[in-house]
Each structure stands twice: as structure tokens, then as C-alpha cells.
Write a protein that binds this ligand. Sequence first.
Ligand SMILES: Nc1ncnc2c1ncn2[C@@H]1O[C@H](COP(=O)(O)OP(=O)(O)OP(=O)(O)O)[C@@H](O)[C@H]1O
Length: 266
Amino acid sequence: MGGLSDGFQNMRWLLDIIDIGLVAFIIYRIILLIKGTRAVQMLLGLVVILIVYTASQVGGLYTLHWLLDNFLSSIILVIVVIFQNDIRRALIHVGRNPFFADMSFREETEVLEELVKACVTMAGRRIGALIVIERETGLKDFLEIGVELDARVNADLIVAIFNPKSPIHDGALVLQQGRLKRAGCFLPLAQDTEVSRNLGTRHRAAVGLTELVDAVAIVVSEETGKISVVIGGRITRDLDATSLKRVLTRLLEPRDRRRQRRTRKR
Ligand SMILES: Nc1ncnc2c1ncn2[C@@H]1O[C@H](COP(=O)(O)OP(=O)(O)OP(=O)(O)O)[C@@H](O)[C@H]1O
């Protein structure tokens, strides 16, 4: 037993390195996860509260200090409530489920071309559409409503689905693992913020879902005929065929291939 604990003592430096490395990795992942989201502002707010808390202690502002002390004692609960969406996103990232799993490069290109063709056709005809593409986070929770399809990605079929006369044109079309999986799906709407208040419900649904999961949403506006891509709750508007294909290729490309491409560039 003594030998074992001596062994651990001798390895102390190694454990310290692992310890520091793990903490640095967790902080890095948290920063990556919340970068550019509302969570950054909330985190800054918390930092300000911490500064005021320390200042109130040093300056002897007892009532303020008591108030903040009580607030900060339940900080874990506060953090969980404030960052619930981000925590959920981080946790469900564990189960990877890439869109182009088991597809050859030629099949991937074909899927993207059919998707882009469908969006451009619908935009030209002012047919409204909402297409959601699953990436690493499973969308099972959002697929209960709707009609099962499980069909190859085909531009004519997508246009037919969103044709206003089609019985399944309402709601979202969901793509999983390179196939058209379900149509007529109801998505969670974005929370009632200043930005989302100015959006119609189709765009709000795209923002709402992508705030919760890492899926990519494509919206074709019935009103303007414009194509937008929504990811992480952020909208990139007014895409044409070329920019849509470029954006989708970048977002759906398998990670290992993206890494290989970056290494080749260096
Ligand atoms: N929660 C939802 N989940 C999925 N689809 C939805 C949801 N809410 C609305 N939609 C779809 O959006 C359509 C209505 O879009 P609306 O015109 O209100 O939005 P919009 O963002 O202004 O889009 P557009 O620019 O095409 O007019 C509905 O017919 C339905 O197909």
C-alpha cells in the first residue's frame, strides 16, 4: 500500500501536468462553445458581479457584500439555468453522427448538388421551405411529428414536398445521414428576443432549433425568394447557388477530411 502511494508521489509531476492539461482543455472547449453566442455577454456579466463582490468586501460595503454573497452561493444553479442550452449542446456533442457517414465523395457531391438545385428552384418560384440537416447531434427529439420519408436526396422531390399544394409542405424537412428522413416536422421557435421578434415563424423555427443543436438549417423565403443558412442561431442571408454550395460543403464536410485539408494548406 505504502509502495503504491510512494509510486503516486513520484508520479506527482505527471499527475499535475495531466491535471493542468485537462483543466486547460475544458476551458478551451467552453470558450469555443460559447464564442459568438449570448453566453459570452452573460459570462462577462458574471465577471462584473465577481469584481463588484470583491470590491464590496475590500471596501466594507456590508449590505451589498451580503447580497452578492447569497447570490454567488447558488452560482452553480444560476450557471446551469443561464447556460442550459449551451450545456445541453456540449453534452449531446458526445454522440457523433456525421451527416455524410459512409458516403463516397461522389455521393456527397451529388447530395449537395441536389439540395442546392432544389433551393435555387424554390427561391426562383417563391416557394417557402425549411430544410434541416442533422450533423453530430441527433434530432430524434424533434422528429415525432411529421411524415416518414427515408428517400434519396432529389431536387424534384424536395420541390414537390414544399409545393404549397402538397399536404406535407408545412413544417421542416429533415435530412439525416445523407437521406430525406422526414417532412412536416415542427421545430422549437427561437426565444422571444429583439432579433427573433423581427423574424417570421419559418426563420424563427430555424433559429430556435439551431440554438439547441448543431444542425444546419436552410430557409427559402416565400416572401422574398431569398435563401439563408442558419447555424448556431445565426443567419447568413441572401445566398446564391455558388455561395450556398460553398457554405454547405464547409459545414457538412467530415471532420477528418477538414483536418487533412487544413494540414495540406499549411
Ligand atoms: N415551429 C415551426 N416548425 C417548422 N416549421 C414552421 C414552424 N413555424 C412555422 N413554420 C413554417 O413556416 C411557415 C410560415 O412562415 P412565415 O411566413 O410565418 O415565416 P417567414 O419566416 O416570414 O417565412 P417567409 O419569408 O417564407 O414568409 C409555415 O407555413 C410553416 O411551414
